[in-house]
Design a protein around this ligand. Structure first.
Ligand code: F6P
Length: 466
């Protein structure tokens, strides 16, 4: 099979490691051949390819940027569109595309796959804002760079007793701001997910100054102060119609100075966050994604975007789906089952806790799930593999209650658990339900979607606990 790899959208440390991982696994194990499309979708639309053999990827995992070049070309515009792209692929003898990109790229890849093209997606972005995965490569490097820059801003801020405002990237999410701001010990971290008044920002700044500190304010480019309707944008729209963000730091600095009387300077870190060598974490994540992408092309799983590295219960999940064990459940019962598959109790469950478990279809599905678990466990033990952890229903009663609209107080009493822990398990339950959404069993997919909505409410929707 001949595969064309493209990197599209903003570049991101780790792109070269994905290319290398895919080419090594593909050529050495899967018998695949590769070419690279130049400059993202532009290369696909124009049929502009370069050779990509094993020798071409030698030593590139540590290089920033992308050896293929990138662009923000929309493949549906100009000479693009599914039919013309398919003609170009046929002419070049390319069987499939591996598209490494962020939100815009993957959305375009999905549209093209729906139109019949053979594409797999690999998620990338420094912003860490993709649903498909917990961490995207590039994010760790960006946080590292931003943190180092803030450490530097703090020493100059301290020397002058100034307030320093550091603006970081992230588009509509605050991950880079939150992580780098926490690491650097910022006094205020302003993120798009949380509107904040200038009076509040000034109060935080003033309180740091009153304690003899030079205040550090970290602001994500997508932050919207509560006197504004939209994030600050002064450079129009990109090729996918999204506003180009940036510049909020420079806007905030004079306002902070006016409100507090403290001399304030702003620094926009900008593209420095995306440049240079990837961290070891990003190289490893990117390499693994590249290798896995070669495998899913081999399996012909078109339209799939690689997701997180699966946990040990995935075999059980896959079996339950194959045998339609959860087919008849309602959303709350499915949430309760999903919870049993992710939950790991830290203590013995109290005697008789099973009485709180839902009845009816849930019990039948649970029994079948437990039977399958026992079968898989026997096979593992027969093959001298460590057995897998049993299904744990200790939180399922509470999750069921929550998914049916129960109050947080009641649910926490049922679960005998702190709110933060409940939120954490709920998010893991949602992650699993999210994977179930992709099942070919249409009915289960719909139930999974409804179950996600039922669990993602109240404190679970608003908390930033990860
Ligand atoms: O999506 C990655 C990102 O770096 C965003 O954080 C930022 O808003 C945008 O790309 C910048 O895009 P460009 O490189 O086109 O200026």
């Amino acid at each position: 099979m001949r595969i064309g790899i493209l990197t599209s959208g903003g570049d991101c440390p780790g792109l070269n490691a994905v290319i290398r991982g895919a080419v090594l696994k593909g050529t050495e194990i899967n018998g695949q051949e590769f070419v690279g499309f130049k400059d993202g979708w532009r290369g696909v639309v124009n049929g502009d390819v370069i050779p990509l053999e094993r020798s071409d990827v030698r030593g590139i995992a540590k290089q920033g940027g992308t050896i293929l070049g990138t662009s923000r070309t929309n493949p549906f515009e100009g000479n693009g569109g599914p039919e013309r792209i398919q003609e170009t692929l046929d002419r070049l003898g390319i069987d499939a595309i591996m598209a490494i990109g962020g939100e815009g790229t993957l959305a375009a890849a999905k549209r093209l796959t729906d139109a019949g093209l053979r594409i797999v997606g690999v998620p990338k972005t420094v912003d860490n804002d993709l649903d498909a995965t917990d961490y995207t490569f590039g994010f760790d490097t960006a946080v590292e760079i931003a943190t180092e820059a803030m450490d530097r801003l703090r020493t100059t801020g301290d020397s002058h007793s100034r307030c320093m405002v550091a603006e970081v990237m992230g588009r509509h999410v605050g991950w880079i701001a939150l992580h780098s701001g926490m690491a650097a010990g910022a006094h205020a971290i302003l993120i798009p997910e949380q509107k904040t008044s200038m009076a509040q920002v000034a109060e935080w700044v003033q309180s740091a100054a009153d304690r003899g500190r030079a205040p550090l304010v970290v602001v994500a480019e997508g932050f919207t102060p509560d006197h504004a309707d939209d994030p600050h944008s002064e450079r129009g729209l990109d090729a996918f119609g999204r506003p180009r963000l940036g510049g909020i730091g420079e806007r905030l600095a004079p306002m902070i100075e006016d409100l507090t009387g403290i001399e304030t300077r702003a620094t926009t870190l900008g593209h420095i966050q995306r440049g240079g060598v990837p961290t070891a974490y990003d190289r490893v994540l990117a390499t693994r994604l590249g290798m896995a992408a070669s495998d899913i092309v081999q399996d012909g799983s078109w339209g799939h975007t690689l997701k997180r590295i699966y946990g040990e219960r995935d075999l059980l999940v896959a079996e339950c789906m194959r045998r339609q064990v959860w087919h008849d459940l309602d959303p709350a019962a499915l949430a309760a089952i999903a919870c049993a598959l992710v939950y790991e109790p830290r203590r013995e469950e109290p005697e008789g806790y099973e009485r709180n478990l839902p009845r009816g279809a849930f019990r039948i599905a649970l029994e079948k799930t437990q039977e399958l678990w026992a079968q898989i466990d026997d096979i593992q033990v027969d093959h001298k593999l460590p057995g897998s952890t049993p299904v744990a229903t200790g939180l399922s009663g509470a999750m069921h209650r929550w998914a049916r609209g129960g109050s947080l107080d009641d649910v926490l009493t049922d679960a005998d658990m702190a709110a933060g822990d409940f939120v954490r398990w709920s998010k893991q339950t949602i992650d699993l339900l999210d994977q179930l959404q992709g099942t070919p069993d249409a009915r289960l997919a719909v139930t999974a979607r409804a179950a996600i909505d039922a669990v993602r409410r109240g404190i679970v929707a608003y908390s930033s606990v990860a």
